[in-house]
Design a protein around this ligand. Structure first.
Ligand SMILES: Nc1nc2c(c(=O)[nH]1)N[C@H]1C(S)=C(S)[C@@H](COP(=O)(O)O)O[C@H]1N2
Ligand SMILES: [Mo]
Length: 300
């Protein structure tokens, strides 16, 4: 497996922990694209220090294992992530069941240091390892008639204690418009800090779309379907007034029950100041063009 390094930080912003692991990863394989050149806004560069492994893996949303923030870390060990297959179907040239190992053998895993903003107004900065979703979609051969991508999480009552409760209509489903799915910032994450992604974070592979609210980043994906129309999504089905299909991070559009203008970064302690939330979570330079001419209040 080859590793590339790409992030949106200056070298001096990376903590010793992250720097140590990135050196190990760089030594692990072929290195391409060493550029630490900028991606995205620098307005909060000082706030882009990655969260600790402890923060990232103990404060989670994964309702298949319960609704408490510490439930996933406590219960998700029961999920069997080996063997794992991803069904890729719909409007693709090569539909089929793809073994996780076979996918990994074909993909280029990189480190991506991304801001992560939950719709509940907390945030983290996570050093993901993963590959671009577009590479996987190209492997399957997306056909011209496909306009959207639908994804589905495993639904295993025996391994997921939370699916006994009808908190959501299981399985958890999500979707992206095709240009969003093909965007180079959109990844399937398979690791954090150079280690395999823990079950509570969505092992063995989960979507990460850094300019959208966290619930778009569906975990433990078992099915990816290329479709011709906008697919249903779990939180939109649960409450269409509060959760739209696009769910781009937008400080100007409040959630019906709270403001999205600011956020609380996890790990800052009780008295840490809230930070201003950035439009498209700070990735506007890269992604705003995809929404040119769209009313972002209507298409929230
Ligand atoms: N299958 C599934 N995927 C999911 C969720 C979930 O409950 N089930 N929660 C979402 C929400 S609301 C957030 S904020 C992120 C949290 O990811 P993290 O625990 O890695 O921080 O996962 C998203 N993906
Ligand atoms: Mo979330």
């Amino acid at each position: 497996m080859a590793y590339r390094w790409k992030n949106d930080l200056k070298e001096c912003d990376v903590t010793p922990e992250a720097a140590y692991i990135s050196r190990r990863q760089l030594m692990a394989g072929a290195v391409a694209g060493m550029g630490l050149a900028g991606l995205g806004q620098r307005a909060q560069a000082e706030a882009l220090e990655p969260n600790s492994w402890e923060d990232i893996t103990s404060y989670n949303n994964y309702y298949e294992f319960g609704t408490g923030k510490d439930d996933p870390a406590y219960y998700a060990h029961t999920l069997k992530t080996m063997p794992w297959t991803v069904k890729i179907d719909g409007l693709v040239d090569k539909p089929g069941d793809y073994a996780f190992e076979d996918i990994m053998a074909r993909m280029t895993v990189e480190e991506r240091l991304y801001r992560f903003r939950c719709v509940e107004a907390w945030s983290m900065v996570v050093p993901w390892n993963g590959f671009e979703l577009s590479d996987l979609l190209q492997l399957a051969g997306v056909q011209p008639g496909a306009k959207y991508i639908a994804m589905e999480t495993a639904n295993r009552p025996d391994e997921m204690p939370g699916v006994k409760y009808r908190t959501l209509d299981w399985p958890y489903v999500e979707g992206l418009r095709m240009d969003e799915a093909m965007h180079p910032l959109t990844i399937m994450a398979t690791g954090i800090y150079g280690k395999d992604i823990p079950n509570q974070n969505g092992a063995p592979l989960r979507l990460v779309v850094p300019w959208k609210y966290g619930f778009k980043s569906i975990k433990s994906v078992v099915r990816i379907t290329a479709v011709d129309s906008e697919p249903p999504t779990s939180w939109n089905k649960a409450n269409a007034r509060e959760y739209g299909f696009y769910s781009n991070v937008n400080p100007e559009v409040s959630h019906p029950r709270w403001s999205q203008a600011t956020e609380r970064k996890i790990g800052g302690g009780l008295f840490a100041a809230r930070m201003p939330t950035l439009k498209f979570n700070g990735y506007g330079d890269e992604v705003a063009g995809m929404y040119a001419g769209m009313d972002l209040r209507k298409n929230f």
